[in-house]
Design a binder for this molecule. Structure first.
Ligand code: SAH
Length: 261
């Protein structure tokens, strides 16, 4: 199966947040998917060991998900979530405002509470995250100013999970997106990227969405060329297998990069 590059129009017309959640994040059996195990463990270590903290963190391409912010909410006063699609922003608002039909993230929240030593109950943790999300914004990471027409002040940290390979059709575009993000990170601030190497597509229902099959070498070169210092980088084999190939990619990656002072 080869998917040609998925247009923004296809995203607008065919990306269903509910189907996305059901396929990739529904933890009905109580077991978290391999991807989120990797992300939650990694981000717990990042945020509990100090060094990545400050006033504001922006999540780029949040989609309809909040799992990626559960540890981050300990290190920052303010969280801005963002996505290209209105339907994803609406889903995030539902969770933030506790509206009927909101996605159930309870097992993810409980898991992070456990990692943090159960200092607070899971519903207190959920409330803490809700209270820190101050803005829900539309963004397009392909634009020089992704938040156009808004101009955001530079922030201490940008995080992005599974977004850049989805938005970018080639390595030039990936490099440009990294450069665009760098413009609104403060000097000395951080970029945290978590995603998948060598992925070509993922499915939502019967629709296939393309992804940029990035390599270790390509990733590290793009970061350096865009002017970041790589502080930490981690690769982990992706072992999930199923009869129906709903996504491709063989390695999870995590990068902590710094914008030089
Ligand atoms: N971060 C979430 C969602 C990843 S799915 C998670 O970890 O599951 C990829 C997301 O990238 C989708 O929500 C999609 O709307 C968003 N996206 C696609 N093109 C984009 C663009 N040009 N700018 C910003 N976000 C984009």
């Amino acid at each position: 199966m080869e998917a040609s590059f998925t247009s923004q129009k296809t995203y607008i017309d065919e990306f269903s947040p509910v189907e996305y959640f059901n396929m990739y994040y529904d933890s009905e059996q109580g077991k978290l998917p391999e991807w989120t195990d990797f992300v939650l463990q990694t981000l717990h270590e990042v945020f509990s060991s100090g060094g990545v903290e400050g006033d504001t963190i922006i999540d780029i391409g949040s989609g309809p998900t909040i799992y990626q912010l559960l540890s981050a909410c300990e290190g920052f006063n303010k969280i801005i979530v963002s996505d290209f699609l209105e339907q994803n922003l609406a889903e995030l608002q539902k969770w933030l405002k506790k509206e009927p039909g909101k996605f159930d993230w309870t097992s993810y929240i409980k898991h992070v509470c456990e990692l943090e030593g159960n200092r607070v109950s899971w519903d207190e943790k959920a409330e803490k995250l809700r209270s820190k999300v101050k803005e829900v914004l539309r963004c397009d990471v392909l634009k020089k100013n992704p938040f156009e027409p808004l101009t955001l002040a530079p922030v201490d940290c940008v995080i992005s999970c599974l977004c850049l390979e989805v938005a970018c059709k080639d390595m030039d575009s990936f490099y440009n997106a990294l450069t665009n993000l760098k413009d609104f990170i403060k000097p000395g601030g951080h970029l945290l990227l978590l995603s998948m190497l060598n992925s070509r597509y993922y499915a939502i229902g019967n629709t296939f969405f393309s992804t940029l099959p990035i390599t270790k070498e390509g990733l590290e070169k793009a970061l350096k060329d865009a002017g970041y210092e790589i502080v930490e980088i981690k690769y982990a084999a992706q072992n999930y297998q199923s009869n129906v190939e709903i996504f491709t990619g063989d390695t999870h990656y995590y990068v902590k990069a710094r914008k030089p002072i």
